[in-house]
Write a protein that binds this ligand. Structure first.
Ligand SMILES: *[C@@H]1O[C@H](CO)[C@@H](O)[C@H](O)[C@H]1NC(C)=O
Ligand SMILES: *[C@@H]1O[C@H](CO)[C@@H](O)[C@H](O)[C@H]1NC(C)=O
Ligand SMILES: *[C@@H]1O[C@H](CO)[C@@H](O)[C@H](O)[C@H]1NC(C)=O
Ligand SMILES: *[C@@H]1O[C@H](CO)[C@@H](O)[C@H](O)[C@H]1NC(C)=O
Length: 187
């Protein structure tokens, strides 16, 4: 009994000590997980979105801001583009809008057509309104399904982790239809 108490008090004082040590700097301290709601079990959600890009015209939604290097037109190495599209629940462009995808893409491979994708999914529906999911990954367009990591989020998605799967459903010189399935664990 006494030894149990000793171990308990050692543990407690060790914890007090580590948090005191951490805070000696004045700018960093340890935090109780409860204060951030992190004591609850995380849940895993599956989001399914579609978006429709327009590459041409005065209302284009995905535009090249830096063209690929002259010797790399086959792989688009050096290309930088910006994208901002409405996210819809259905494949039809006029289906309900539930958010936006905003971000950058860049040609980062000298040997294959591959885009580095850095995008935020901004949700605008219900309890998700204003929350974002950040995705950063390698989008190798020759693959039917590409997997990109979810690297974090804001709002509902603070401390989020997971991955996204993306498919090109339609593509021509003027427009595309893209599907995203995002599997994300969050609190
Ligand atoms: C460090 O400790 C002081 C005093 O308890 C507290 O006011 C301050 O917010 C702490 N700083 C951090 C970053 O936790
Ligand atoms: C803008 O986009 C729509 C499709 O949503 C298209 O029908 C229209 O022609 C476009 N307008 C211009 C000026 O590009
Ligand atoms: C690009 O291609 C041209 C013609 O084939 C060649 O002369 C030039 O050295 C190449 N530049 C680079 C950076 O590879
Ligand atoms: C989402 O929040 C904004 C304010 O940040 C509000 O204007 C808008 O109506 C909200 N949308 C929905 C669908 O609740």
């Amino acid at each position: 009994m006494a030894s149990k108490f000793l171990i308990f008090s050692l543990l407690v004082s060790f914890q007090v000590l580590t948090s005191t040590l951490a805070n000696e700097t004045g700018f960093v301290g340890t935090l109780n997980r409860k204060e951030l709601g992190l004591h609850k079990k995380d849940k895993v959600s599956h989001f399914k979105f579609f978006f429709h890009e327009r590459f041409t015209g005065s209302n284009a939604t995905s535009v090249t801001v830096v063209p690929s290097l002259p010797n790399y037109t086959a792989t688009s190495f050096g290309l930088v583009g910006i994208t901002d599209n409405a996210l819809t629940v259905g494949q039809e462009p006029n289906s309900k809008v539930v958010g936006r995808i905003e971000g950058l893409y860049a040609g980062t491979s000298q040997t294959e057509f591959n885009l580095l994708v850095v995008v935020n999914f901004l949700l605008t529906e219900g309890k998700y309104n204003g929350s974002t999911i950040a995705v950063l990954g390698r989008n190798r367009l020759s693959l039917k399904v590409r997997e990109l990591p979810v690297i974090g989020g804001s709002g509902v998605f603070k401390f989020a982790t997971g991955y996204a799967e993306t498919k090109t459903l339609y593509l021509d010189a003027d427009r595309s239809t893209i599907e995203y399935n995002i599997y994300v664990s969050h609190y």
